[in-house]
Design a protein around this ligand. Structure first.
Ligand code: PEP
Ligand code: MG
Length: 317
């Protein structure tokens, strides 16, 4: 049974009626790659690069970053690697990034805002990523985007870095959809971004106005809330209108009940924690995409996350 599961884990996943869904892994360390590939990851849908930047006195230089990105890329073989640029802010103190104290760090200078405020750091990171792996493998993704201006500003830096390194081939540049603004503007973002990936952890916190780190409210933070699902629906529609792919790299992709709904909302890539991948692939193979659309419609019409969970369990059980 285990051997059969492992063999099935390695095979690509498609729904019973033939819609191909890419199943990727979220990674945050070199040591996690081998296990993710063994679990069936077809690539890395979110490399959280913060691990390189936290708990140290100085920023990692270009060579150090390149070395780590290269080790991860190599361990992935020729599978795609989506590197998320640095996503820290005022709540994660780093001595080499003196930041004014912020009353609301989750609404402060974080993610792509920090990268644009410190283009020196961003330039170094972009060069390290670009020089660490073949362009065919390389994808770059921006956290905490709100609108097109941020994507355009980073695209300028990326084009400069490619030119300086003599890289002629295009490198896909995608945005995370983790603010309600980005979800509502998904069609605009998809007109210039190469892909969209929903960060449901932050998207849920901002949509439901509930701090993901505050135990008093986080117990009720459920990404299967219909308000969040309707935002994700906008992402699916916006991506489709421009022929881009959209996926989910937030925790919702690892939720055993969520896969069919996300497929029904138009997501064609799901990036999960490695341990969740075999069950996710099995869930994809067990549903028809046409039924997922009907399920997603019902979920979006529900009045609470509990109702969505009840609807989803009928299908999954
Ligand atoms: C998210 O917000 O869903 C996400 C994937 O990013 P992180 O959890 O690293 O904030
Ligand atoms: Mg996030």
């Amino acid at each position: 049974r285990r051997a059969r599961d492992l063999a099935a884990a390695g095979a690509p996943a498609e729904t019973a009626d033939g819609t191909r869904i890419k199943v990727f892994a979220n990674l945050g360390a070199v040591a996690e790659v081998a296990g993710a590939v063994a679990a069936g990851a077809e690539g890395c849908g979110l490399l959280r690069t913060e691990f390189l930047f936290l708990k140290r006195a100085t920023a990692p230089d270009e060579a150090e970053q390149r070395d780590i990105y290269r080790r991860i890329a190599t361990a992935l073989g020729d599978r795609p690697l989506i590197v998320r640029t640095l996503d820290i802010g005022g709540d994660k103190p780093v001595p080499y990034l003196p930041m004014p104290a912020e009353e609301n760090p989750a609404l402060g200078v974080r993610g792509v805002r920090l990268s644009l405020a410190r283009p020196d750091l961003m330039r170094t990171q972009l060069r390290a990523i670009l020089s660490a792996m073949p362009t065919a493998q390389c994808h770059i993704m921006l956290p905490m985007v709100v609108d097109l201006a941020e994507l355009r500003a980073v695209r300028v830096l990326l084009d400069e870095a490619r030119a300086a390194l003599g890289i002629a081939a295009p490198v896909p540049l995608g945005v995370m959809i983790e603010t309600p603004a980005a979800a509502m503007l998904a069609d605009q973002l998809a007109s210039e971004a190469d892909f969209l990936s929903v960060g449901t952890n932050d998207l849920t916190q901002y949509a439901l106005a509930s701090d993901r780190g505050n135990a008093g409210v986080s117990a009720k933070l459920d990404a299967l809330h219909p308000a969040v699902l309707r935002l994700i629906r906008e992402v699916g529609r916006g991506a489709k209108a421009h022929g881009r792919w959209a996926g989910v790299c937030g925790g919702l992709a690892s939720d055993p009940l969520a896969g069919p709904i996300l497929i029904g909302l138009g997501m064609t890539e799901l990036s999960a924690t490695p341990a969740a991948i075999p069950a996710l692939k099995a869930a994809i193979r067990g549903v028809a995409a046409a039924d997922c659309v009907a399920l997603a419609d019902r979920a979006c019409a529900a009045a609470s996350a509990d109702e969505v969970r009840a609807i989803a369990s009928e299908v999954t059980s």
